[in-house]
Design a protein around this ligand. Structure first.
Ligand code: PLP
Length: 400
């Protein structure tokens, strides 16, 4: 079987809910992936930041293999010996009080919404079932019905109603709009500290701290979706750390898995996470020993290998060098750490053709929102590899 055969099978039998580049990957190692024809590519997407630690990291692989041979799943009806250590290590790293583990990112988002609503009824005194949550335009929090109920992306929701009530959408990056949207029934504000899927949108300086302050003044919870921006991607452990902001709940996913196996979690304060009682929420796989062992190794690798610092250093370098490329197509470069967006001019003809040209040069990157090329390589990348990539990116951005 070659590339064409695999693609034909996928197109014939799979639901067409993605439009991938025509590359069939069979192996990965660090920042590199290899296709079925043996061609090597630099992965500049990192599975939307789920492989921050690089593909098949040997230490995470060893932890996964060891745990897999020992015990994989007990359900939460019984305790296991990995989950408590995962809790302790995640709490020590983030400085919060409690963890609620789930699997996919969107499940952790739904968990945070449930926690915020319960807090509104039990602590704030909002009349039952009237809690409101304020979110931002351009948000991406996942794909469940509740979560697409407040997307501003037509394609994500158009054919999928009826929707879940209780959400208000305000412009991103405008703290005053949040203040104006707050009512006595507001439970929480939930935002991404950097909007990844919207095209790598970095909010204005001071936005996060203003949001935190507005929340505090109005007895409203601050929920940060750090599924993509967290765990080192932006050059800090959490993107909220850039403004020294401590949300009430932080939603983690993606890189918590080291790219091996879905693990997500909500970490937060005793006041909020402490409210949940047995039976109110759960998941058969959430908190299983295999996931917990993998997440423990994934967190250790981030810290031990200095990946957060590396993202800060090489992110600035990458962005500066990109900004210096004399391209007729580029409007601007934006980003934080190793989450970088190259914004193309309207007349550039869309980002997809540039991503296809990059693929031919051995770089896998994905367009977001038509006009933005996202560069988000695994955080284990080194400067020589960034230089290697820049040479090719410059060539592609200089084409007609
Ligand atoms: C990817 C993502 C999610 C959803 O995570 P899944 O694991 O795909 O459910 C939610 N929020 C943000 C910011 C994301 O990037």
């Amino acid at each position: 079987m070659n590339t064409r055969d695999y693609i034909a099978l996928e197109e014939q039998y799979g639901a067409h809910n993605y439009h991938p580049l025509d590359v069939v990957i069979e192996r990965g190692e660090g920042v590199w992936v290899y296709d079925v024809d043996g061609k090597k590519y630099l992965d500049c997407l990192s599975a939307y930041s789920a492989v921050n630690q690089g593909h098949v990291h040997p230490r995470i692989l060893a932890a996964a293999q060891e745990q897999m041979a020992r015990l994989t799943l007990t359900s939460r009806a019984f305790r296991n010996n990995q989950l408590p250590l995962f809790y302790k290590e995640l709490i020590e790293l983030t400085g919060y009080d409690r963890v609620l583990p789930m699997n996919s990112g969107v499940e952790a988002v739904e968990t945070a919404i449930k926690l915020a609503r319960k807090w509104a009824y039990r602590v704030k005194g909002v009349p039952r079932h009237l809690a409101e949550i304020i979110v931002a335009e351009g948000n991406f929090h996942g794909r469940t019905i509740a979560v697409i109920s407040f997307t501003s992306e037509k394609l994500y929701k158009e054919d999928f109603g009826p929707f879940t009530p209780g959400f208000k959408v305000v412009p991103y990056g405008d703290a005053r709009a949040i203040k104006a949207a707050i009512t006595p029934n507001t439970a929480a504000v939930m935002i991404e500290p950097v909007q990844g899927e919207a095209g790598v949108i970095v909010p204005p300086e001071g936005y996060l701290s203003q949001v935190a302050e507005i929340c505090k003044e109005n007895q409203v919870l601050f929920l940060a979706d750090e599924i993509q921006s967290g765990l080192g991607r932006t050059g800090k452990l959490l993107a909220c750390d850039h403004e020294g902001v401590r949300p009430d709940l932080v939603i983690l996913g993606k890189a918590l898995s080291g790219g091996f196996y879905p693990v997500s979690a909500v970490v937060g304060t005793e006041e909020v996470v402490g409210l949940i009682t047995p039976g109110e929420h759960g998941s058969t796989f959430g908190g299983n020993p295999l996931g917990a062992a993998i997440a423990r190794a994934a967190l250790k690798v981030l810290v031990d290998e200095g990946l957060i610092e590396n993202a800060a250093k090489l992110g600035s370098y990458f962005m500066e060098r990109l900004a210096a490329i004399p391209s007729p197509h580029v409007e601007k470069i934006r980003g934080r750490g190793l989450l970088i967006g190259v914004v193309l001019k309207q007349e550039a003809g869309g980002a997809r053709r540039f991503c296809e040209a990059l693929q031919a040069e051995g770089i896998l990157a994905k367009e977001t929102h038509e006009n933005v090329i996202r560069f988000a390589p695994p955080l284990v990348i080194d400067q020589a590899t960034v230089d290697w990539a820049l040479e090719r990116i410059e060539k592609v951005l200089s084409m007609d």
